[in-house]
Design a protein around this ligand. Structure first.
Ligand code: FAD
Length: 316
Protein backbone atom coordinates (compact mmCIF):
# COMPACT_ATOMS: atom_id res chain seq x y z
CA UNK A 1 0.00 0.00 0.00
CA UNK A 2 2.99 2.34 0.52
CA UNK A 3 4.19 1.85 -3.06
CA UNK A 4 0.61 2.27 -4.17
CA UNK A 5 0.35 5.62 -2.37
CA UNK A 6 3.73 7.03 -3.27
CA UNK A 7 4.08 5.78 -6.84
CA UNK A 8 0.89 4.49 -8.38
CA UNK A 9 -1.68 6.87 -6.89
CA UNK A 10 -0.18 10.12 -8.26
CA UNK A 11 0.51 8.40 -11.61
CA UNK A 12 -3.11 7.26 -11.95
CA UNK A 13 -4.48 10.66 -10.99
CA UNK A 14 -2.17 12.58 -13.35
CA UNK A 15 -2.38 10.16 -16.30
CA UNK A 16 -6.14 10.34 -16.05
CA UNK A 17 -5.98 13.98 -17.15
CA UNK A 18 -4.54 12.98 -20.59
CA UNK A 19 -7.18 12.96 -23.32
CA UNK A 20 -5.85 9.90 -25.15
CA UNK A 21 -6.00 7.80 -21.97
CA UNK A 22 -9.48 9.06 -21.20
CA UNK A 23 -10.65 8.27 -24.74
CA UNK A 24 -9.26 4.75 -24.70
CA UNK A 25 -10.44 3.94 -21.19
CA UNK A 26 -13.99 5.17 -21.74
CA UNK A 27 -14.33 3.09 -24.92
CA UNK A 28 -13.49 -0.21 -23.21
CA UNK A 29 -16.67 -2.21 -22.57
CA UNK A 30 -15.16 -3.52 -19.35
CA UNK A 31 -14.82 0.02 -18.03
CA UNK A 32 -18.57 0.49 -18.29
CA UNK A 33 -19.16 -2.69 -16.29
CA UNK A 34 -16.80 -1.65 -13.51
CA UNK A 35 -18.14 1.92 -13.46
CA UNK A 36 -21.58 0.52 -12.60
CA UNK A 37 -20.25 -0.44 -9.23
CA UNK A 38 -19.55 3.18 -8.30
CA UNK A 39 -22.12 5.14 -10.33
CA UNK A 40 -25.93 4.79 -10.21
CA UNK A 41 -26.28 5.11 -14.00
CA UNK A 42 -26.31 7.73 -16.72
CA UNK A 43 -29.91 8.98 -16.53
CA UNK A 44 -32.11 10.78 -14.04
CA UNK A 45 -34.36 7.71 -13.85
CA UNK A 46 -31.33 5.63 -12.87
CA UNK A 47 -30.47 7.93 -9.99
CA UNK A 48 -34.08 8.18 -8.82
CA UNK A 49 -34.29 4.38 -8.52
CA UNK A 50 -31.08 4.35 -6.49
CA UNK A 51 -32.42 7.18 -4.31
CA UNK A 52 -35.70 5.34 -3.70
CA UNK A 53 -33.87 2.15 -2.76
CA UNK A 54 -31.59 4.00 -0.32
CA UNK A 55 -34.50 5.83 1.32
CA UNK A 56 -36.40 2.57 1.66
CA UNK A 57 -33.36 1.11 3.39
CA UNK A 58 -33.37 3.91 5.99
CA UNK A 59 -30.52 5.95 4.48
CA UNK A 60 -30.43 9.64 3.54
CA UNK A 61 -29.03 10.59 0.12
CA UNK A 62 -26.92 13.16 -1.63
CA UNK A 63 -27.31 13.18 -5.40
CA UNK A 64 -24.37 14.29 -7.55
CA UNK A 65 -24.76 15.09 -11.24
CA UNK A 66 -21.33 14.06 -12.54
CA UNK A 67 -19.19 16.63 -14.32
CA UNK A 68 -16.37 19.01 -13.50
CA UNK A 69 -13.86 21.48 -14.88
CA UNK A 70 -15.94 22.96 -17.66
CA UNK A 71 -14.66 26.08 -19.43
CA UNK A 72 -17.80 26.31 -21.50
CA UNK A 73 -20.70 28.54 -20.50
CA UNK A 74 -23.25 26.34 -22.27
CA UNK A 75 -22.02 23.26 -20.37
CA UNK A 76 -22.38 25.10 -17.08
CA UNK A 77 -25.94 26.11 -18.04
CA UNK A 78 -26.72 22.49 -18.95
CA UNK A 79 -25.47 21.40 -15.52
CA UNK A 80 -27.81 23.89 -13.83
CA UNK A 81 -30.74 22.54 -15.89
CA UNK A 82 -29.85 18.96 -14.90
CA UNK A 83 -29.90 19.94 -11.20
CA UNK A 84 -33.21 21.81 -11.54
CA UNK A 85 -34.71 18.80 -13.24
CA UNK A 86 -33.48 16.26 -10.69
CA UNK A 87 -34.60 18.56 -7.84
CA UNK A 88 -38.05 18.75 -9.37
CA UNK A 89 -38.29 14.97 -9.50
CA UNK A 90 -36.89 14.56 -5.96
CA UNK A 91 -39.48 16.90 -4.52
CA UNK A 92 -42.12 14.27 -5.32
CA UNK A 93 -40.46 11.86 -2.89
CA UNK A 94 -41.96 11.38 0.52
CA UNK A 95 -38.72 12.26 2.31
CA UNK A 96 -38.69 15.80 0.93
CA UNK A 97 -38.36 18.43 3.67
CA UNK A 98 -37.09 15.96 6.26
CA UNK A 99 -33.38 16.65 5.70
CA UNK A 100 -32.92 13.24 4.11
CA UNK A 101 -32.59 14.62 0.57
CA UNK A 102 -29.55 16.54 -0.58
CA UNK A 103 -27.76 17.40 -3.80
CA UNK A 104 -23.98 17.80 -4.04
CA UNK A 105 -22.43 20.01 -6.68
CA UNK A 106 -19.05 21.08 -7.97
CA UNK A 107 -18.37 24.75 -8.68
CA UNK A 108 -16.09 23.87 -11.62
CA UNK A 109 -19.07 22.16 -13.26
CA UNK A 110 -20.92 25.47 -12.87
CA UNK A 111 -18.22 27.53 -14.59
CA UNK A 112 -15.71 28.40 -11.82
CA UNK A 113 -12.71 27.82 -14.14
CA UNK A 114 -13.99 30.03 -16.94
CA UNK A 115 -11.57 32.86 -17.68
CA UNK A 116 -12.58 36.26 -16.21
CA UNK A 117 -16.20 35.69 -15.15
CA UNK A 118 -15.76 32.20 -13.70
CA UNK A 119 -16.26 33.10 -10.08
CA UNK A 120 -19.33 35.22 -10.75
CA UNK A 121 -20.89 32.63 -13.01
CA UNK A 122 -20.32 29.75 -10.59
CA UNK A 123 -21.76 31.83 -7.74
CA UNK A 124 -24.91 32.77 -9.65
CA UNK A 125 -25.40 29.22 -10.97
CA UNK A 126 -25.00 27.80 -7.46
CA UNK A 127 -27.44 30.42 -6.16
CA UNK A 128 -30.05 29.31 -8.71
CA UNK A 129 -29.67 25.69 -7.58
CA UNK A 130 -29.75 26.66 -3.86
CA UNK A 131 -33.00 28.60 -4.37
CA UNK A 132 -34.68 25.71 -6.20
CA UNK A 133 -33.47 23.19 -3.61
CA UNK A 134 -34.57 25.39 -0.71
CA UNK A 135 -38.09 25.77 -2.07
CA UNK A 136 -38.34 21.97 -2.40
CA UNK A 137 -36.97 21.09 1.02
CA UNK A 138 -33.74 19.63 -0.36
CA UNK A 139 -30.31 20.44 1.15
CA UNK A 140 -27.22 21.47 -0.87
CA UNK A 141 -23.52 20.74 -0.26
CA UNK A 142 -20.70 22.10 -2.41
CA UNK A 143 -17.99 19.47 -3.06
CA UNK A 144 -14.26 20.06 -2.59
CA UNK A 145 -12.01 19.84 -5.64
CA UNK A 146 -8.26 20.39 -6.03
CA UNK A 147 -6.45 22.79 -3.69
CA UNK A 148 -6.22 25.62 -6.23
CA UNK A 149 -10.00 26.09 -5.98
CA UNK A 150 -10.41 26.04 -2.18
CA UNK A 151 -10.09 29.71 -1.18
CA UNK A 152 -12.47 30.89 -3.88
CA UNK A 153 -14.97 28.11 -3.09
CA UNK A 154 -15.02 28.99 0.60
CA UNK A 155 -15.55 32.67 -0.30
CA UNK A 156 -18.50 31.69 -2.47
CA UNK A 157 -19.91 29.50 0.31
CA UNK A 158 -19.61 32.37 2.83
CA UNK A 159 -21.43 34.64 0.40
CA UNK A 160 -24.24 32.15 -0.37
CA UNK A 161 -24.69 31.25 3.31
CA UNK A 162 -25.95 34.80 3.93
CA UNK A 163 -29.08 33.74 2.04
CA UNK A 164 -28.98 29.95 2.55
CA UNK A 165 -27.50 29.25 5.96
CA UNK A 166 -27.95 25.48 5.67
CA UNK A 167 -25.67 25.38 2.61
CA UNK A 168 -22.92 22.86 3.36
CA UNK A 169 -19.43 22.40 2.00
CA UNK A 170 -16.51 19.98 2.20
CA UNK A 171 -13.20 20.28 4.02
CA UNK A 172 -10.37 17.88 3.15
CA UNK A 173 -8.23 16.65 6.05
CA UNK A 174 -5.16 16.13 3.83
CA UNK A 175 -4.79 19.90 3.35
CA UNK A 176 -2.61 21.68 5.90
CA UNK A 177 -5.02 24.64 6.02
CA UNK A 178 -8.08 22.56 6.92
CA UNK A 179 -7.82 22.64 10.70
CA UNK A 180 -8.14 26.44 10.58
CA UNK A 181 -11.03 26.20 8.11
CA UNK A 182 -12.76 23.74 10.47
CA UNK A 183 -12.44 26.24 13.34
CA UNK A 184 -14.04 28.98 11.28
CA UNK A 185 -16.93 26.92 9.89
CA UNK A 186 -17.60 25.08 13.16
CA UNK A 187 -17.95 28.44 14.89
CA UNK A 188 -20.33 29.76 12.24
CA UNK A 189 -22.63 26.74 12.60
CA UNK A 190 -22.18 25.36 9.10
CA UNK A 191 -22.93 21.90 7.74
CA UNK A 192 -19.43 20.56 7.03
CA UNK A 193 -18.56 17.33 5.29
CA UNK A 194 -15.13 16.20 6.46
CA UNK A 195 -13.29 13.82 4.09
CA UNK A 196 -9.65 12.82 3.69
CA UNK A 197 -9.31 14.24 0.16
CA UNK A 198 -9.12 12.57 -3.25
CA UNK A 199 -6.83 14.67 -5.49
CA UNK A 200 -3.06 14.52 -6.15
CA UNK A 201 -1.69 17.45 -4.13
CA UNK A 202 1.87 18.77 -3.61
CA UNK A 203 3.45 18.43 -0.14
CA UNK A 204 3.59 22.22 0.13
CA UNK A 205 -0.19 22.23 0.71
CA UNK A 206 -1.01 18.67 1.77
CA UNK A 207 0.16 16.04 4.23
CA UNK A 208 1.60 13.11 2.33
CA UNK A 209 1.51 10.11 4.67
CA UNK A 210 -1.57 8.18 5.71
CA UNK A 211 -0.67 8.66 9.37
CA UNK A 212 -0.50 12.45 9.01
CA UNK A 213 -3.78 12.59 7.10
CA UNK A 214 -5.49 10.38 9.68
CA UNK A 215 -4.18 12.52 12.56
CA UNK A 216 -5.39 15.65 10.82
CA UNK A 217 -8.80 14.03 10.24
CA UNK A 218 -9.12 13.25 13.95
CA UNK A 219 -8.11 16.78 14.99
CA UNK A 220 -10.60 18.29 12.54
CA UNK A 221 -13.35 15.92 13.62
CA UNK A 222 -12.91 16.94 17.25
CA UNK A 223 -13.21 20.63 16.31
CA UNK A 224 -16.36 20.02 14.26
CA UNK A 225 -18.02 17.81 16.88
CA UNK A 226 -17.39 20.38 19.61
CA UNK A 227 -18.56 23.23 17.34
CA UNK A 228 -21.99 24.67 16.56
CA UNK A 229 -22.49 23.13 13.13
CA UNK A 230 -23.65 19.84 11.66
CA UNK A 231 -20.66 17.53 11.08
CA UNK A 232 -20.91 15.12 8.15
CA UNK A 233 -18.35 12.38 8.65
CA UNK A 234 -17.49 11.22 5.13
CA UNK A 235 -15.27 8.18 5.53
CA UNK A 236 -15.34 4.41 5.05
CA UNK A 237 -12.46 4.04 7.49
CA UNK A 238 -13.44 2.10 10.65
CA UNK A 239 -11.05 4.22 12.74
CA UNK A 240 -12.76 7.47 11.68
CA UNK A 241 -16.23 5.95 12.08
CA UNK A 242 -15.50 4.83 15.65
CA UNK A 243 -13.80 8.12 16.52
CA UNK A 244 -16.85 10.03 15.26
CA UNK A 245 -19.14 8.07 17.55
CA UNK A 246 -16.86 8.56 20.55
CA UNK A 247 -16.49 12.30 19.87
CA UNK A 248 -20.24 12.75 19.34
CA UNK A 249 -20.80 11.11 22.71
CA UNK A 250 -18.08 13.17 24.39
CA UNK A 251 -19.52 16.43 23.04
CA UNK A 252 -23.05 15.49 24.06
CA UNK A 253 -24.47 15.45 20.54
CA UNK A 254 -27.83 13.95 19.66
CA UNK A 255 -27.93 11.49 16.73
CA UNK A 256 -29.81 14.08 14.58
CA UNK A 257 -27.05 16.70 14.98
CA UNK A 258 -24.45 14.94 12.85
CA UNK A 259 -24.20 12.15 10.27
CA UNK A 260 -22.05 9.50 8.64
CA UNK A 261 -21.58 9.66 4.88
CA UNK A 262 -20.33 7.04 2.45
CA UNK A 263 -20.14 6.64 -1.30
CA UNK A 264 -22.60 4.65 -3.40
CA UNK A 265 -21.38 1.08 -3.80
CA UNK A 266 -18.74 1.26 -1.06
CA UNK A 267 -19.26 -0.62 2.21
CA UNK A 268 -23.04 -0.85 1.74
CA UNK A 269 -23.28 -3.39 4.59
CA UNK A 270 -21.61 -0.94 6.96
CA UNK A 271 -23.99 1.83 5.82
CA UNK A 272 -26.95 -0.38 6.75
CA UNK A 273 -25.40 -1.55 10.00
CA UNK A 274 -24.86 2.03 11.22
CA UNK A 275 -28.35 3.10 10.18
CA UNK A 276 -29.90 0.08 11.92
CA UNK A 277 -27.99 1.03 15.06
CA UNK A 278 -29.69 4.44 15.05
CA UNK A 279 -27.07 6.65 13.39
CA UNK A 280 -27.87 9.00 10.52
CA UNK A 281 -26.21 7.76 7.35
CA UNK A 282 -26.21 9.53 4.01
CA UNK A 283 -25.09 7.84 0.81
CA UNK A 284 -23.55 9.98 -1.94
CA UNK A 285 -25.05 8.85 -5.24
CA UNK A 286 -23.41 10.04 -8.47
CA UNK A 287 -25.06 9.73 -11.89
CA UNK A 288 -24.57 11.02 -15.41
CA UNK A 289 -22.44 10.43 -18.47
CA UNK A 290 -19.36 12.33 -17.25
CA UNK A 291 -18.24 9.67 -14.80
CA UNK A 292 -14.57 9.46 -15.83
CA UNK A 293 -12.94 11.80 -13.27
CA UNK A 294 -15.00 10.37 -10.40
CA UNK A 295 -14.24 6.81 -11.47
CA UNK A 296 -10.48 7.41 -11.66
CA UNK A 297 -10.41 8.96 -8.17
CA UNK A 298 -12.08 5.80 -6.82
CA UNK A 299 -9.46 3.61 -8.56
CA UNK A 300 -6.63 5.74 -7.19
CA UNK A 301 -8.03 5.59 -3.66
CA UNK A 302 -7.52 1.98 -2.91
CA UNK A 303 -5.42 -0.88 -4.33
CA UNK A 304 -8.49 -3.13 -4.07
CA UNK A 305 -10.51 -0.84 -6.36
CA UNK A 306 -7.75 -0.80 -8.96
CA UNK A 307 -7.36 -4.58 -8.71
CA UNK A 308 -11.10 -4.99 -9.24
CA UNK A 309 -10.75 -3.06 -12.51
CA UNK A 310 -7.61 -4.96 -13.62
CA UNK A 311 -9.25 -8.30 -12.84
CA UNK A 312 -12.26 -7.36 -14.97
CA UNK A 313 -9.86 -6.40 -17.78
CA UNK A 314 -8.10 -9.76 -17.53
CA UNK A 315 -11.37 -11.68 -17.62
CA UNK A 316 -12.55 -9.89 -20.72
P1 FAD B 1 -9.53 5.25 3.08
O1 FAD B 1 -8.40 6.01 3.65
O2 FAD B 1 -9.64 5.13 1.59
O3 FAD B 1 -9.58 3.80 3.66
C1 FAD B 1 -9.28 3.55 5.01
C2 FAD B 1 -9.81 2.21 5.43
O4 FAD B 1 -11.24 2.16 5.26
C3 FAD B 1 -9.32 1.05 4.64
O5 FAD B 1 -8.04 0.67 5.05
C4 FAD B 1 -10.38 0.01 4.96
O6 FAD B 1 -10.20 -0.47 6.25
C5 FAD B 1 -11.63 0.84 4.95
N1 FAD B 1 -12.26 0.78 3.62
C6 FAD B 1 -12.23 1.72 2.68
N2 FAD B 1 -12.91 1.32 1.59
C7 FAD B 1 -13.36 0.09 1.86
C8 FAD B 1 -14.12 -0.87 1.14
N3 FAD B 1 -14.54 -0.62 -0.12
N4 FAD B 1 -14.41 -2.01 1.73
C9 FAD B 1 -14.00 -2.27 2.98
N5 FAD B 1 -13.26 -1.43 3.72
C10 FAD B 1 -12.95 -0.26 3.16
N6 FAD B 1 -13.10 13.85 -1.70
C11 FAD B 1 -12.82 15.11 -2.14
O7 FAD B 1 -11.66 15.43 -2.41
N7 FAD B 1 -13.83 16.03 -2.29
C12 FAD B 1 -15.12 15.74 -1.97
O8 FAD B 1 -16.00 16.61 -2.11
C13 FAD B 1 -15.43 14.43 -1.49
N8 FAD B 1 -16.69 14.07 -1.16
C14 FAD B 1 -16.91 12.86 -0.58
C15 FAD B 1 -18.19 12.54 -0.12
C16 FAD B 1 -18.42 11.36 0.56
C17 FAD B 1 -19.80 11.05 1.05
C18 FAD B 1 -17.34 10.44 0.78
C19 FAD B 1 -17.54 9.17 1.55
C20 FAD B 1 -16.09 10.74 0.29
C21 FAD B 1 -15.86 11.92 -0.40
N9 FAD B 1 -14.60 12.23 -0.90
C22 FAD B 1 -14.36 13.50 -1.38
C23 FAD B 1 -13.54 11.18 -1.01
C24 FAD B 1 -12.63 11.17 0.19
O9 FAD B 1 -11.81 12.32 0.18
C25 FAD B 1 -11.72 9.93 0.17
O10 FAD B 1 -10.94 9.93 -0.98
C26 FAD B 1 -12.44 8.62 0.24
O11 FAD B 1 -13.60 8.67 1.02
C27 FAD B 1 -11.52 7.53 0.81
O12 FAD B 1 -11.15 7.81 2.14
P2 FAD B 1 -11.79 7.06 3.38
O13 FAD B 1 -11.76 7.98 4.53
O14 FAD B 1 -13.14 6.57 3.00
O15 FAD B 1 -10.91 5.80 3.70
Amino acid sequence: STAFDSILRPVILRAAAADHIKNTATRLPVTARVVDRFVAGETQDDVLSAVAASLAGGLSVSVDHLGEATVDEADAAATVRAYLSVLESMSGLEASGSGRLEVSLKLTALGQSLPRHGRKMATENARTICAAAHSRGVLVTIDAEDHSTVSERLDIVRELRRDFDDLGTVLQAYLRRTEDDCREFAASGARIRLCKGAYAEPPSVAFDTHAQVDDSYLRCLRILMHGNGHPMVASHDPTMIEAAQALAHESGRSPESWEHQMLFGIRSDEQRRLADAGAQVRVYIPYGSQWYGYFVRRLAERPANLLFFLRALAER
